[in-house]
Write a protein that binds this ligand. Structure first.
Ligand code: SF4
Length: 248
């Protein structure tokens, strides 16, 4: 069997995916063999991908990182989406030991105090569960778009993630927000009601605020940090230090 990973495979896939529609992009990846995992945050882009997977019955595992700090609207949307498409969205939760260690070191809401504390919290609640969710995966599907932030402006359709030894697939890389909204309207895709209240990008409740008119889409995420590269670590190469779990 041809190796499904590496820069060469990713580049060839990137070229192939460019001229396909969304469902065909996803189907092509699923048919390559190996496990394909889609991580959804239940954001509007991710709902478009879930709709395509659910409607076309594409063999891709749909998972979400249930951090324990999500908005109730997001939690409710997980159930609603499963019901609408007849699919299961696997919930990956943080380990209680890790949360206890974090809280002892930084305080439960210590993420406001420093970038290091914030990265450590995202490490415990997102990165470690993500690593479990991606175990054995050959392909990781994401809802990243070039228009979401300057940091994502060069997002390719396929890229090799050497740290995780898999190929990351971004099937909406070239979609703008208007196209996303049109797909949602045309296909009656369920979306988080918070989008209509000024939240284009929704993460954990304590770390997300509504944006003001004219602000970038992700300006409401970790708004207190004065850093143009604000991310949770899921989509950046640098590893974030994570407290080790206790021996218990
Ligand atoms: S977004 Fe905030 S609450 Fe959620 S994991 Fe990151 S720091 Fe913790």
């Amino acid at each position: 069997m041809t190796a499904l990973t590496g820069n060469g495979t990713a580049q060839a896939l990137n070229d192939k995916l460019a001229n396909l529609d969304l469902a065909t992009r996803l189907s092509l990846v699923a048919e390559l063999g190996g496990r394909s995992v889609f991580t959804t945050s239940l954001g509007i882009e991710d709902q478009v991908i879930t709709a395509a997977i659910g409607t076309e019955r594409i063999a891709i595992d749909v998972v979400t990182l249930e951090t324990g700090r999500l908005f109730q609207e997001t939690v409710d949307l997980i159930d609603e989406t499963e019901s609408q498409y007849g699919i299961t969205i696997a919930r990956y939760v943080p380990a209680q030991d890790d949360i206890d260690i974090y809280a002892a070191q930084y305080g439960l809401n210590g993420f406001y105090d420093s970038v290091e504390a914030r990265h450590a919290c995202c490490g415990v609640r997102k990165l470690k569960p993500l690593a479990r969710a991606l175990e054995g995966a050959s392909f990781w599907i994401t809802g990243l778009r070039r228009g979401q932030s300057g940091n994502r402006a060069d997002t390719p359709f396929a890229e090799f993630d050497a740290d995780r030894n898999l190929i990351k697939i971004n099937p909406l890389a070239d979609w703008d927000i208007d196209r996303i909204k049109a797909y949602v309207a045309d296909n009656a895709v369920p979306v988080n009601p918070m989008h209509a209240r000024g939240y284009p990008s929704i993460g954990c409740e304590p770390c997300t605020r509504a944006i003001k008119p004219g602000e970038p889409e992700r300006a409401g995420r970790w708004w207190w940090e004065n850093d143009e590269k604000r991310e949770c670590g899921l989509h950046v190469a640098e590893a974030t230090p994570i407290p080790a779990p206790s021996a218990a």
